[in-house]
Design a protein around this ligand. Sequence first.
Ligand code: FAD
Length: 453
Amino acid sequence: MTTFDYDLFVIGGGSGGVRAARIAAGEHGARVGLAEEDRMGGTCVIRGCVPKKLMVFASSYRTAMAEARAYGWSVEADGFDWTAFRGKLDAELDRLEAVYRSGLATAGVSVHDGRATVEDAHTVRLAGGETVTAKHILIATGGRPFLPPPAVAAGALSSNDIFRLEQLPKSVLIVGGGFIACEFACILNGMGVEVSQYYRGEQILRGFDGEARGHVAEAMRDQGIDLHVGTDVTAMEPAGEGTRVADTNGRERVFEKVIYATGRVPNTDGLGLERVGVKLGRRGEIVVDEWSQTSVPSIYAVGDVTDHINLTPVAIREGHAFADTVFGARPTKMDHDLVPSAVFTRPELGTVGMTEEAASEAGPVEIYEASFRPMQSAFAGRAERAMMKLVVCAKTRRVLGCHIVAPQAGEMIQLAAIPIKMGATKEDFDRTVAVHPVMSEELVTMRKPVRTA
Ligand code: FAD
């Protein structure tokens, strides 16, 4: 019988890899090694969800202070101190990284700090050149921002660089229309930076519900973000302390910083996967089956590197399901249906299930919708509007999708996702008594469809 150094070797200490390693070792008693080439915790903890959300909080106080004045408080704001905030942010990320490391140590996982590559179906090469063997290898290497070469040459920044800025620029151009681009546009705008955003498509937030996209775009423009859709960069060159940018509409403008958030690619370059016969897709993503198993039976992959649904909770669930299946004798498949998510723009967008566009293509639907001025901001004289929408199957009455644009929509959609996942009908929503006065009471008080499609 072959003996291996480990039962499992995990490459990548992010959301998916850490969860798989901890469950395999801590709960199922497997001998586990894990290599991480950067900081433990991965994208979510070090350069994604966590620092981003802390920036969302930091940026929200400008409006909150203005609103406080409208409610009778005398508030003097001295401006935002990026250096002070960054110091606290760095300390918090250090703390979280330490929590991740101690969780792995408690579970008995051997951590190797450094890059690892795949040598063969059961062998991993570590940064120092030594090799280790494992019965199973899990690739959880995540993804990274993709910048077109001319943008790199012109010194454009990626989302990774925003967290490391020494000081906040006076003006930025954000290129891209996905959730990361839109979130940073709102964050930097809230922190007092002059923000322009160019997106080449016809509307930001492709893939989300059409009306919700329009609603967020309008709110972003209302708060002073200079958002241009149908616009791309044609050339960039240094100009004084900034960058001169020419665009497809024939304009030329100078920005202190240019940030590209035009997409992410799976981290599979140079991992040695093709050599051992692991099948990759067109974008370099690892192709896996419903058990996260690759075309090489001893090698599995979870999280962003598979380019399925690139969200932290999905990577965590996939890692957990893999560990239960392979080491816990508890075969578990990840369920990718009805995954809720939020975009932390101002206001937020919370979404679960089918968009109106997708649902109406699949069959007849009824659309229930409310658009209103939330009490809190209306009292303060702000024009902000909220939107709640249910997409209902006309035949089965099931709620197929829910889309909310409102402050705290991320919190609301988590709860709305539970009945929708359970198969709730519109009548189940109607039977539920409202909580008053809250924004989400609209979800259970929408009586008549605004249209059928
Ligand atoms: P990662 O977390 O990317 O971990 C992969 C790890 O592997 C990294 O630490 C990397 O250094 C390491 N690695 C790579 N190659 C090697 C190698 N050869 N050897 C050793 N180590 C290696 N998701 C949400 O759910 N909510 C959000 O609000 C949200 N906001 C985001 C904001 C931003 C700006 C970004 C960029 C992402 C955001 N995401 C969000 C997505 C989320 O961060 C990812 O889906 C999640 O981190 C994926 O986890 P993972 O384990 O697949 O990969």
